[in-house]
Design a protein around this ligand. Structure first.
Ligand SMILES: Nc1ncnc2c1ncn2[C@@H]1O[C@H](COP(=O)(O)OP(=O)(O)OP(=O)(O)O)[C@@H](O)[C@H]1O
Ligand SMILES: [Mg+2]
Length: 379
């Protein structure tokens, strides 16, 4: 089935400057590109969010020795990709009993120990939920207008999906966020900690040269910016899924803000063809997305994924204002918390539209693609 076309845009975020490669600061200043004076800082766009640096805590799995769990069992969990107590607590009995060397009896003991250490209450008050949300980080899209639409940038602990036709700016948005993600906003303030970013490239479209250009726009050290992006080029859906199993070992070592997958569906589409394989494809895609949601919550990071659109080929298309829909069906629709559609606007501009969100009103933002990445539109 043919993919349909659209283009979108983004705008410009705050300028991020670096006095030295170790001490990045986010400041509001004019972009070094053709962007206009409309540029607003991310800080301005999220001024409604309060307080200091994140209280978000990651508890390493080794801490369970304090609850009487043998180190050998903890090593077995680590080998199977479970690096934190939070990750352990998210596993089902069935998943844990599939770990080599972990018996049914041990599963119960492990889950009980994890629960005790994290002291999670099955039910908490809405006030407590609100408190927990203060820990969310937000990443600038590069465009102040698009950041405003998203009420301060792309939020952590969720999957944010952008979809649209070819050349609408999906990969440009990924590149821009791979840079801005290194300096996210925490509780409305620029984080004073350097963050790293994971970039899973399924279509061979990642370009370090673009990262250098975007880093220059924000007056960032190009080498440091490149070093903070960990790239994995994957060639089939099995490698794409396997990449997530390696991730915990990487995520636990440094501070990460973002996992980008450009694109989430392309390899699944290529590897599963025809109606007969659709159920299998959707099941695998569902497992993949479920793993991503867990990582987003476990490490307080943004999962940012791109997706293509499909032209509706049946008669229904004639009665639709926009006869293109995102690939991935209900599985992807339910996994993505925030869905943005991108389309081409006038000239070089692109239009982003909130397609689905639990808290954002429907609305649109116009942006453009510049040498310095996603930025506000000139007009
Ligand atoms: N250095 C640059 N300066 C300005 N515009 C650029 C630059 N590099 C790429 N672009 C523009 O970005 C657009 C391509 O956007 P992008 O690669 O993000 O598309 P996409 O939505 O990922 O498409 P696909 O579905 O094919 O992956 C093109 O219109 C191109 O002109
Ligand atoms: Mg692309």
């Amino acid at each position: 089935m043919p993919d349909s076309e659209t283009e979108d845009a983004y705008s410009s975020p705050s300028e991020i400057t670096e006095s030295s490669s170790d001490a990045p600061q986010v400041k509001t200043k004019k972009a070094a590109t053709k962007s206009t004076t409309k540029t607003k800082s991310v800080t301005q766009t999220v001024s409604n969010v309060v307080t200091a640096e994140s209280q978000f805590i990651i508890t390493k799995i080794d801490d369970l020795t304090s609850k009487g769990i043998a180190q050998a069992d903890l090593n077995r969990l680590k080998e199977s990709g479970i690096q934190t107590v939070q990750a352990l607590a998210m596993q089902t009995h069935k998943q844990l009993s599939q770990v080599k060397g972990i018996s049914e009896a041990k599963v119960d003991k492990l889950l009980a120990a994890a629960k005790e250490l994290l002291a999670p209450d099955q039910f908490i008050t809405a006030e407590q939920v609100l408190q927990k949300r203060q820990n969310l980080i937000r990443i600038s899209t590069g465009s102040a207008e698009l950041n405003n639409l998203l009420q301060g940038g792309v939020e952590s602990q969720q999957i944010c999906e952008v979809f649209g036709e070819f050349r609408c700016g999906k990969s440009q948005l990924c590149h821009t966020m791979a840079v801005t993600g290194q300096h996210p906003m925490v509780n409305g303030k620029p984080s004073n900690q350097q963050h790293k970013v994971i970039y899973i490239d399924t279509e061979a479209t990642f370009r370090p040269e673009r990262i250098q250009q975007i880093a220059r726009r924000f007056s960032l050290n190009e080498k440091t910016t490149l070093e903070n992006i960990i790239v994995s080029r994957v060639y089939n859906h099995e490698q794409q899924m396997a990449a997530l199993s390696y991730l915990p070992q990487i995520l636990v070592k440094d501070k990460f803000s973002l996992i980008i997958i450009d694109s989430i569906t392309a390899l699944f589409r290529a590897d599963f063809t025809g109606r007969g394989e659709l159920a299998d494809r959707q099941q695998k895609l569902g497992q993949h997305l479920s793993q991503l949601i867990k990582l987003a919550e476990e490490y307080n990071i943004v999962v940012f994924i791109t997706n293509q659109v499909m032209a509706m080929v049946d008669g229904a298309a004639m009665f639709q204002a926009d006869p293109k829909k995102p690939i991935g069906g209900h599985i992807l629709a339910h996994a993505s918390t925030t869905r943005l559609s991108l389309r081409k606007g006038r000239g070089e501009t692109r239009v982003a539209k909130v397609y689905d969100s639990p808290m954002l009103p429907e609305g649109e933002a116009v942006f453009q693609i510049t040498e310095g990445g996603v930025d506000d539109a000139n007009e």
